[in-house]
Design a protein around this ligand. Structure first.
Ligand SMILES: Nc1ncnc2c1ncn2[C@@H]1O[C@H](COP(=O)(O)OP(=O)(O)OP(=O)(O)O)[C@@H](O)[C@H]1O
Ligand SMILES: [Mg+2]
Length: 361
């Protein structure tokens, strides 16, 4: 299983970061439309605001923008906001959709002046397309190859100035020449609970859900720093409130609803807890090898490594060490277990803040 399969698998979880079918259907309605409506990401927002204001003042086209960050943090949303703020249309495509350089040439040559080209999953674009993109970004020109073999000729084609907005969950995988051609790079961080509360209140307003402050806080705390997950949990809590309560989301209703869906107070789901439980109960907190741990929970090695572990590491509940996986003292505390004498945590500490910003471990 590769990373994308893992992502697809995680989309089926209530706390998976990738968009599932329902997310895709409702996200359009929940997306903030301009920078003022966009919650959190203070630094990226301010910097982007300057870039766009300056471009508007010059009456020109904004510099190319690269947005990197974990799934569900708002990259697609920001790309649409960039187009809206510039008052230009947006063309949306993605790396995997561009098989051949010719596909890219067709898109580039049909852009109108100033248009935003949003290229999602930039790290998954083919090599030849990537090379065509270099020239297009720098010189607003592409060479279209006509014919095959020795008789092939390259016809240079002028492009109108455009703004490329590239998005990637894995900035580290981008070749440096591509990364360097962006005038501005925004690194999206996980959201603080208070920011997620604002996201939840805003979405509740749009979805016509009555929610109080404590109810929003309860959902925010379980949303793993990710607006997409916050919105998804809100929808499930709304369902519960409609069926089992009087439709109003309070702390109690939110907590009970998410208990039904097995999302605990910290946003861990059944798989996450199974991994932790095996690590603590069967292996005394580790160190234990990944494969052994995976067998113990009856999952694929990749599922444990790519679906469960990143969040557990980010939350300071689990550490990856050269000798194997180790539970931190915070893990024992979270599951309400007492570590055996002298083994707890093996020197690792978990502060449990959950906002370390490390998603790509
Ligand atoms: N700053 C924000 N304020 C309010 N809502 C947000 C914010 N960021 C994201 N969202 C919500 O989260 C949803 C997911 O965001 P988006 O689709 O932009 O994420 P993404 O980074 O493109 O994810 P992926 O990597 O999976 O493509 C959006 O529909 C939007 O409703
Ligand atoms: Mg996206």
């Amino acid at each position: 299983m590769n990373w994308d399969d893992a992502a697809a698998e995680s989309a089926e979880r209530l706390v998976g970061p990738a968009a599932d079918r329902e997310d895709q259907a409702v996200e359009a309605a929940l997306r903030p439309r301009d920078l003022g409506e966009f919650i959190g990401q203070e630094r990226v927002r301010q910097q982007l605001d300057l870039v766009l204001r300056a471009a508007r003042a010059r009456g020109g086209t904004a510099d190319h923008v690269l947005l990197s960050g974990a799934p569900g943090l708002g990259k697609t949303t920001l790309s649409m906001i960039i187009a809206a703020e510039m008052g230009v249309p947006i063309r949306i495509t993605s790396g995997p959709a561009i098989q051949h350089a010719g596909d890219l040439a067709a898109i580039l040559s049909s852009l109108t002046e100033g248009e935003v080209l949003f290229l999602d999953e930039l790290h998954r674009m083919s090599r030849p397309a990537e090379e065509m993109l270099y020239m297009a970004m720098e010189d607003f020109r592409v060479d279209v190859v006509v014919g095959k073999g020795p008789g092939a000729t390259a016809i240079p084609l002028e492009l109108p100035p455009f703004t490329l907005v590239g998005a990637t969950t894995r900035a580290g995988l981008l070749p440096p020449p591509l990364r360097d051609r962006f005038g501005f790079t925004g690194h999206m961080e996980f959201y603080a609970p208070a920011e997620l509360e604002r996201v939840i209140h805003r979405s509740a307003g749009l979805l016509d859900v009555t929610i109080d402050t404590a109810g929003a806080a309860e959902i925010a705390g379980r949303s793993r720093g990710t607006p997409r997950i916050a919105n998804r949990l809100l929808r499930r809590v709304r369902d519960y409130a409609q069926v089992r309560a009087d439709g109003v989301v309070t702390r109690e209703v939110a907590a009970k609803a998410l208990e039904v869906y097995e999302v605990d107070g910290r946003g861990l789901d059944r798989l996450d807890r199974a991994v932790l439980q095996a690590l603590l109960k069967l292996f005394g907190g580790g160190p234990v090898g990944l494969s052994t741990l995976a067998v113990a929970v009856g999952e694929e090695r990749e599922t444990v490594e790519e679906v469960a572990e990143p969040f557990l590491v980010r939350e300071g509940l689990l550490a990856r060490t050269p000798r194997g996986r180790v539970a931190t003292p915070a893990a024992w505390a979270h599951l309400g277990l007492v570590p055996p004498q002298g083994t707890a945590g093996a020197g690792t500490s978990g502060d449990g803040s959950g906002q370390s910003g490390l998603f790509d471990s």
